[in-house]
Each structure stands twice: as C-alpha cells, then as structure tokens.
Design a protein around this ligand. Structure first.
Ligand code: SF4
Length: 321
C-alpha cells in the first residue's frame, strides 16, 4: 500500500531529482492501490516523466487511470510490454477500446533496437551479402536476400517494426501509450546452463559487462532503498526463491551490495549518486553478460516444471521464458 511507503519516498523527493520514473512489476496494475502509488509519486516528483510498464491486461481495472493520463499532458504514459507476438491481437483489441479515436501511431527505432538488429544481422548473413546495419537499410538489399531473410530467418523491416520496435499511439485526448511486443532480447543476468540443467549467472569481466549494459542508468527503488540497477536489487531475492548455481564467493559478493539509504548523511548519499552518474563499474557486474547475444523468446502465463530439486520438500517451478 502506498501509505506504508509514502513517508520514505517523501524523504527521497527532498533529495533526488529524477527525470524519468518507471513503475514496474510483475504487473503493477494488479496492486489494488496502484492509483495511489501513481498519484503519490506524481505529487512528489511533479515534473518527472512517469512511465507505467504493464502487460496491458489490467487497464480497465483502474477507471481513473485514463483521465489521469489525459490530464497529465503526456507526462504520465503507459508502456505495454508483452513479450509474445502471439498475444498481439488481444492486447491491441483491448487497447483499441480503451483509447479515444482518432489514434495516431508512429514506430520508434532506437539505438538499442538498431544494435539488436546489427547483431542479429551478423548472425544470419552470408559472407557475400552487403552490409545492412539498421532495419531501414533492409529495403535497399537485393530482392532475393530480402526474401531469404523474410522466409527463412524471419527478419525484415516490417517484422522488426512489429516485433521489436516500440509503436507509440497518441489518442484524441493526447493520451500516450507505447506498445512493445518484442520477443528479441539481449542476454539476461540469469542464464540456463544446459549441461547442469541449472540456473546460473555469468562470470564476466565486470568492465566488459558494464560496457554493453543497457541497465546502467536504470536505477531501482525496492522497498524504499535505492539500487544501481535491477540485477543487484532483484538477484538476491530471486536467489531466495529459485535454485541458482553460485559459488560461495559469488553469493557473498551478491549479498555484499549495499543499496542507498535515505537516512545516510548528505556526503555519503552524494558519493553514492555521483557513482551512478559517473558510470562507475561495480564488482557485481561480473554476473552480467559480456555479449548482447540477442535471442528470441515468447513469454507465457503457463507454468512449466523447469527443474526438480528437493529442498524443504518442495519442487521448484519457474515461469516459462
Ligand atoms: S550489475 Fe552492472 S552490468 Fe549488470 S545490470 Fe547492473 S550496472 Fe549493468
């Protein structure tokens, strides 16, 4: 509940200016107190952009949401992020009834999606093929290459725009909704080791992992404490819930991360934030991949048995990725 945490964020708001705030989950709109969180955060950081990251299935659960967005002049907007192109029809149908027509739409190519394209292109290209550094260059390729890419590798400008890039919708009341159904992702911190059939983490050179990291400026608040990025905040919790293969020293390193505390003195807090802004590599970056290795996956709500171990007499399952 927002009121359980409001005081600590009130305190943070006196110390931190944040340009862009994401409200993420799980699925944040499943929280019955979601609107209090949204309006509470908005009142504490009234000039910050707020992006609500959702799977789009719960928009109708919060009847006040639409007007809050319409009155925010796009300062607050929704990002529908659902990693399964197969669900597209349902997501788009729900959105279509939620937005007020006419609706304008644009496809957003970013440095991230272009970098994913370049890596994917280099994976499939024949040595005789010309360069094709961005999706937009695709239309300049000879037709026979375009056809092969489309039919065999499922790669074309159209496919990329539909399945990887953001599509941004602006409705008649200037409500902004971004839809991303990407099923193409850079490698994650937690990986599956096919040899041991276990989940594990990477063993990278921290500076190398940091160099290709897209989360280095995506800091996380979790229960009022401030973390450099998602992995350092979430990995210890994930470790509690799922069996992850890690050496003792790695586990100690994972647990050694100290998140920012609003009660620190100004000097300590300033140093902590300066390290963020100066893009300081941390030892825990070793758990992240050194290469982007984009891969396709489809998310689903079906739970499958992933691996069975006997620990506290419980079988562990993990959601399909
Ligand atoms: S631990 Fe380092 S490399 Fe990994 S997400 Fe955080 S900042 Fe990026």
């Amino acid at each position: 509940m927002w009121n359980d945490h409001a005081d600590i964020y009130k305190e943070w708001a006196t110390k931190l200016k944040i340009d862009r705030i994401g409200i993420i989950g799980g699925e944040p709109m499943l929280n019955p107190d979601f609107m209090s969180w949204l309006t509470g955060i908005n009142s504490l950081w009234p000039t910050s952009e707020i992006e609500i990251v959702t799977n789009g299935s719960q928009l109708h659960r919060h009847p006040d949401l639409y007007n809050t967005l319409a009155n925010s002049h796009q300062l607050i907007h929704v990002k529908i992020s659902f990693h399964g192109v197969g669900q597209k029809q349902k997501v788009m149908k729900d959105l279509d009834t939620w937005l007020v027509h006419p609706v304008k739409k644009i496809v957003n190519h970013t440095a991230y999606t272009d970098a994913l394209w370049a890596t994917a292109w280099n994976n499939i290209r024949d040595p005789s093929w010309p360069n094709c550094d961005t999706p937009q260059d695709f239309v300049n390729l000879p037709k026979y290459i375009q056809q092969e890419c489309d039919k065999i590798h499922h790669m074309s400008l159209d496919i990329w725009e539909q399945e990887v890039c953001d599509t941004i919708f602006y409705d008649a009341n200037n409500v902004k909704v971004t839809v991303n159904l990407a099923n193409y992702f850079a490698a994650s911190t937690i990986k599956f080791d096919p040899t041991t059939q276990r989940l594990t983490v990477h063993n990278s050179i921290p500076a190398k992992a940091f160099a290709v990291c897209y989360s280095k400026s995506c800091h996380h608040f979790i229960r009022g404490r401030l973390y450099k990025c998602g992995p350092v905040g979430i990995l210890p919790e994930f470790y509690q819930q799922f069996p992850i293969e890690m050496s003792d020293s790695d586990r100690n390193l994972m647990n050694a991360y100290v998140p920012g505390d609003v009660n620190w003195d100004d000097q300590q807090l300033k140093q902590f934030i300066d390290d963020f802004n100066n893009l300081k590599v941390i030892p825990q970056c070793k758990f992240c991949p050194e290469n982007m290795q984009p891969k396709k996956f489809e998310a689903g709500v079906k739970k499958v048995k992933f691996l069975k171990i006997h620990q506290n007499s419980m079988d562990h399952t993990i959601q399909t990725l």
